[in-house]
Design a protein. Structure first.
Length: 183
Protein backbone atom coordinates (compact mmCIF):
# COMPACT_ATOMS: atom_id res chain seq x y z
CA UNK A 1 0.00 0.00 0.00
CA UNK A 2 1.33 3.44 -0.86
CA UNK A 3 0.74 6.75 0.85
CA UNK A 4 1.70 10.29 -0.05
CA UNK A 5 4.10 12.49 1.86
CA UNK A 6 5.33 16.02 1.32
CA UNK A 7 9.08 16.15 0.68
CA UNK A 8 11.48 18.97 1.54
CA UNK A 9 10.71 20.75 -1.75
CA UNK A 10 6.98 20.83 -0.98
CA UNK A 11 6.17 18.23 -3.64
CA UNK A 12 4.15 15.10 -2.96
CA UNK A 13 5.82 11.73 -3.37
CA UNK A 14 4.77 8.12 -2.80
CA UNK A 15 6.12 6.02 0.05
CA UNK A 16 5.11 2.85 1.88
CA UNK A 17 2.41 3.55 4.47
CA UNK A 18 4.34 1.78 7.23
CA UNK A 19 6.99 4.51 7.31
CA UNK A 20 6.49 7.09 10.02
CA UNK A 21 6.23 10.77 9.21
CA UNK A 22 4.72 13.81 10.81
CA UNK A 23 1.08 14.32 9.92
CA UNK A 24 -0.66 17.40 8.63
CA UNK A 25 -4.14 17.65 10.07
CA UNK A 26 -6.89 20.09 9.25
CA UNK A 27 -9.55 21.03 11.78
CA UNK A 28 -12.49 23.35 11.07
CA UNK A 29 -12.32 26.70 12.87
CA UNK A 30 -14.15 26.54 16.18
CA UNK A 31 -14.02 22.74 16.45
CA UNK A 32 -12.38 21.60 19.68
CA UNK A 33 -9.41 19.26 19.57
CA UNK A 34 -10.13 15.70 20.66
CA UNK A 35 -8.24 14.62 23.78
CA UNK A 36 -7.33 10.95 23.81
CA UNK A 37 -7.46 9.35 27.23
CA UNK A 38 -6.01 6.03 28.28
CA UNK A 39 -8.86 3.73 29.34
CA UNK A 40 -9.08 2.29 32.81
CA UNK A 41 -8.20 -1.40 32.76
CA UNK A 42 -8.36 -4.37 35.11
CA UNK A 43 -5.25 -5.20 37.13
CA UNK A 44 -2.56 -6.69 34.88
CA UNK A 45 -3.97 -5.11 31.71
CA UNK A 46 -2.54 -2.11 29.86
CA UNK A 47 -4.71 0.51 28.18
CA UNK A 48 -4.12 2.21 24.83
CA UNK A 49 -5.32 5.76 24.29
CA UNK A 50 -5.23 5.08 20.54
CA UNK A 51 -7.90 2.37 20.68
CA UNK A 52 -9.67 2.75 24.04
CA UNK A 53 -8.97 -0.96 24.56
CA UNK A 54 -7.05 -2.94 27.19
CA UNK A 55 -4.35 -5.52 26.38
CA UNK A 56 -2.68 -8.43 28.16
CA UNK A 57 -0.27 -11.17 27.08
CA UNK A 58 -1.07 -14.85 27.55
CA UNK A 59 1.59 -17.37 28.56
CA UNK A 60 3.26 -19.22 25.68
CA UNK A 61 0.48 -21.32 24.12
CA UNK A 62 -0.77 -22.69 20.81
CA UNK A 63 -2.98 -20.20 18.97
CA UNK A 64 -6.28 -21.91 19.85
CA UNK A 65 -5.31 -22.21 23.52
CA UNK A 66 -4.26 -18.54 23.56
CA UNK A 67 -7.70 -17.59 22.20
CA UNK A 68 -9.34 -19.75 24.92
CA UNK A 69 -7.23 -17.98 27.56
CA UNK A 70 -8.35 -14.60 26.20
CA UNK A 71 -12.00 -15.70 26.21
CA UNK A 72 -11.56 -16.74 29.85
CA UNK A 73 -10.53 -13.13 30.54
CA UNK A 74 -13.60 -11.81 28.64
CA UNK A 75 -11.34 -10.80 25.76
CA UNK A 76 -10.23 -12.13 22.38
CA UNK A 77 -6.89 -12.43 20.61
CA UNK A 78 -6.17 -8.90 19.43
CA UNK A 79 -7.02 -7.47 16.07
CA UNK A 80 -4.39 -4.86 15.14
CA UNK A 81 -6.50 -2.52 13.04
CA UNK A 82 -4.13 0.46 12.67
CA UNK A 83 -0.44 1.22 12.54
CA UNK A 84 -0.60 2.80 16.03
CA UNK A 85 -2.33 -0.24 17.48
CA UNK A 86 0.29 -2.52 15.94
CA UNK A 87 3.07 -0.39 17.42
CA UNK A 88 1.39 -0.45 20.86
CA UNK A 89 1.25 -4.27 20.74
CA UNK A 90 4.89 -4.46 19.63
CA UNK A 91 5.94 -2.24 22.54
CA UNK A 92 4.05 -4.43 25.02
CA UNK A 93 5.70 -7.62 23.74
CA UNK A 94 9.11 -5.93 23.86
CA UNK A 95 8.55 -4.69 27.44
CA UNK A 96 7.63 -8.25 28.47
CA UNK A 97 10.80 -9.53 26.76
CA UNK A 98 8.86 -11.61 24.25
CA UNK A 99 9.37 -11.64 20.55
CA UNK A 100 6.55 -12.73 18.27
CA UNK A 101 2.94 -12.98 19.41
CA UNK A 102 -0.32 -14.47 18.19
CA UNK A 103 -2.90 -12.02 16.90
CA UNK A 104 -6.58 -12.80 16.45
CA UNK A 105 -6.85 -13.71 12.78
CA UNK A 106 -7.07 -17.01 10.94
CA UNK A 107 -7.07 -18.07 7.32
CA UNK A 108 -10.59 -18.77 6.07
CA UNK A 109 -11.72 -21.35 3.51
CA UNK A 110 -11.19 -18.75 0.75
CA UNK A 111 -7.50 -18.41 1.72
CA UNK A 112 -7.88 -14.87 3.08
CA UNK A 113 -7.26 -13.96 6.71
CA UNK A 114 -10.18 -12.76 8.84
CA UNK A 115 -10.19 -11.17 12.29
CA UNK A 116 -11.71 -13.42 14.97
CA UNK A 117 -13.55 -10.46 16.53
CA UNK A 118 -15.37 -9.76 13.24
CA UNK A 119 -13.52 -6.50 12.52
CA UNK A 120 -13.14 -5.53 8.88
CA UNK A 121 -9.75 -6.42 7.41
CA UNK A 122 -8.78 -3.06 5.94
CA UNK A 123 -5.27 -2.74 7.36
CA UNK A 124 -2.57 -5.27 6.65
CA UNK A 125 1.06 -5.03 7.49
CA UNK A 126 2.32 -8.19 5.90
CA UNK A 127 5.91 -9.30 5.44
CA UNK A 128 6.89 -9.53 1.76
CA UNK A 129 5.32 -12.48 -0.12
CA UNK A 130 2.91 -13.19 2.77
CA UNK A 131 0.31 -14.51 3.08
CA UNK A 132 1.16 -17.41 0.83
CA UNK A 133 -1.93 -18.94 -0.76
CA UNK A 134 0.10 -22.12 -1.37
CA UNK A 135 1.04 -22.83 2.27
CA UNK A 136 -2.17 -23.99 3.92
CA UNK A 137 -0.33 -25.39 6.97
CA UNK A 138 0.21 -21.87 8.30
CA UNK A 139 -3.25 -20.58 9.12
CA UNK A 140 -2.72 -18.30 12.13
CA UNK A 141 -1.48 -14.70 12.28
CA UNK A 142 1.71 -13.64 14.08
CA UNK A 143 3.14 -10.17 14.70
CA UNK A 144 6.93 -10.34 14.36
CA UNK A 145 9.11 -8.64 16.97
CA UNK A 146 12.13 -10.98 16.66
CA UNK A 147 15.56 -9.51 16.25
CA UNK A 148 16.73 -12.65 14.47
CA UNK A 149 14.19 -12.22 11.66
CA UNK A 150 15.01 -10.51 8.38
CA UNK A 151 14.63 -6.74 8.34
CA UNK A 152 11.77 -7.12 5.85
CA UNK A 153 9.86 -9.22 8.41
CA UNK A 154 10.45 -7.12 11.54
CA UNK A 155 7.30 -5.50 12.96
CA UNK A 156 5.13 -7.09 10.29
CA UNK A 157 2.51 -9.83 10.12
CA UNK A 158 3.35 -13.33 9.01
CA UNK A 159 1.47 -16.61 8.96
CA UNK A 160 2.52 -19.60 11.06
CA UNK A 161 1.47 -23.07 12.16
CA UNK A 162 -1.31 -22.68 14.74
CA UNK A 163 0.24 -25.50 16.82
CA UNK A 164 3.42 -23.54 17.48
CA UNK A 165 3.66 -22.10 21.00
CA UNK A 166 4.18 -18.40 21.66
CA UNK A 167 2.51 -15.66 23.69
CA UNK A 168 -0.79 -14.25 22.49
CA UNK A 169 -2.04 -10.67 22.78
CA UNK A 170 -5.53 -10.39 24.29
CA UNK A 171 -7.71 -7.33 23.75
CA UNK A 172 -10.92 -6.12 25.38
CA UNK A 173 -12.81 -2.86 25.67
CA UNK A 174 -11.56 -0.36 28.24
CA UNK A 175 -13.75 0.52 31.21
CA UNK A 176 -14.50 4.12 32.11
CA UNK A 177 -16.09 3.11 35.45
CA UNK A 178 -13.11 1.46 37.21
CA UNK A 179 -10.30 2.77 39.37
CA UNK A 180 -7.20 4.61 38.16
CA UNK A 181 -5.85 3.88 34.71
CA UNK A 182 -2.85 1.60 34.45
CA UNK A 183 -0.41 2.77 31.79
Amino acid sequence: MHCLRKNGNGSLEQQFCDQQNKAICKRPIGQAAVKLETPKCDEGWKGSKWTGSCYKLTPSLKSGAAQEQCLGWNATLASALTFLEKEFILEMTKEAEHEDCWLGAKRGADGAFDWLDGSEWDYGFWSPDVPSPKDTTKNCLVLCNSLDQAVTTMHRYYEDDCNKEMVGMCKKAGNKEQGPAKE
